[in-house]
Design a protein around this ligand. Structure first.
Ligand SMILES: Nc1nc2c(ncn2[C@@H]2O[C@H](COP(=O)(O)OP(=O)(O)O[C@H]3O[C@H](CO)[C@@H](O)[C@H](O)[C@@H]3O)[C@@H](O)[C@H]2O)c(=O)[nH]1
Length: 265
């Protein structure tokens, strides 16, 4: 891992693109190359969870050849959320002002990132959204898209957050947001991490903007979606939603404070 000072990018300040990897040996080189073709000045941090296919060693070679590429090696597969928390911590310590989430498999087009960074000039969180006007999904099996849309609808209703693509994994966070989110308290490890951070960002009153993107299913390798990932999201979102309803009811039925004249305020 090189340990350079963050370099300024565009007019925004230094940008770090965090890319979690598990078994992405044949994807990681291509995606970082596309990223640097689109945005030569950004830095990339790959967070690899000891991929058995040797992704970590491939990235070591990239780090040795390019000052803009960094790596965090972790010993075991601990989920996408934990990988991002580690990557964000690394970036915040080094003074990056914008921290980007992006998959390694090409589902997220780095060529869309300049538009997202433009939007970040007036937002605290920019979500690359499949489900706003102009956004789309290419090559996903219909069942996966229906599932993803259903998960979004359920989360939106349960949490009352007006975000069309709350599970999206292509995002730009302003560093200030991540500092306020108290990342050490985030326990969501799978894709639920995206919902968790979106909701926390919304609750803190930060500006969230959705920019349309085209999500294209991976050509090489496999999705890490599993029963555990789905269960975690379902249980957590339901629990947060019930807690939110409970808080709303408590505030409606809580005894009103009395004024000195005896009328309720
Ligand atoms: N380090 C690490 N990386 C992981 C892990 N699990 C997944 N990744 C990496 O995280 C990225 C996304 O994982 P995929 O498994 O390819 O995701 P997907 O099924 O295509 O899901 C996409 O859509 C979801 C919502 O619909 C998103 O929530 C998700 O972030 C992603 O964009 C890939 O770069 C993958 O290697 C893990 O345990 N550890």
């Amino acid at each position: 891992m090189t340990d350079q000072q963050a370099q300024p990018d565009r007019e925004l300040g230094p940008v770090l693109v965090v890319i979690p990897t598990y078994n992405e040996r044949d994807n990681i080189g291509k995606i970082v190359k596309r990223l640097h073709a689109a945005l030569p000045q950004v830095h990339a941090l790959v967070v690899d969870d000891g991929s058995p296919d040797g992704t970590g060693q491939v990235v070591d070679g990239m780090v040795a050849a390019d000052d803009r590429v960094h790596v965090l090696h972790r010993t075991e597969k601990a989920g996408l959320g934990a990988a991002y928390v580690a990557g964000f911590g690394w970036g915040l310590e080094r003074g990056y002002e914008f921290l980007v989430e992006m998959d390694a498999d090409g589902s997220h087009a780095p060529e869309d990132l300049p538009r997202m960074l433009d939007a970040a000039a007036n937002a605290d969180l920019v979500i690359g959204s499949r489900y706003v006007t102009g956004g789309s999904v290419v090559n996903w099996p219909k069942s996966r898209e229906v599932f993803s849309r259903g998960a979004n609808l359920y989360s939106r209703i349960a949490l009352g957050a007006p975000i069309k693509d709350i599970t999206a994994g292509f995002r730009v966070y302003r560093a200030e947001v991540l500092r306020k989110l108290k990342l050490h308290n985030v326990a969501s490890s799978g894709y639920c991490f995206q919902i968790d951070l979106s909701w926390r960002t919304h609750e803190l009153g930060f500006r969230i903007v959705e920019v349309p993107i085209t999500f294209t299913d991976r050509v090489i390798g496999e999705s890490k979606m599993s029963g555990n990932v789905v269960r975690e999201a379902l249980i957590r979102v339901t629990k947060w939603g019930l807690r939110r309803r409970g808080n709303q009811l408590r505030s409606v039925f809580a005894p009103k404070a009395k004024t000195p004249s005896g009328t309720a305020k």
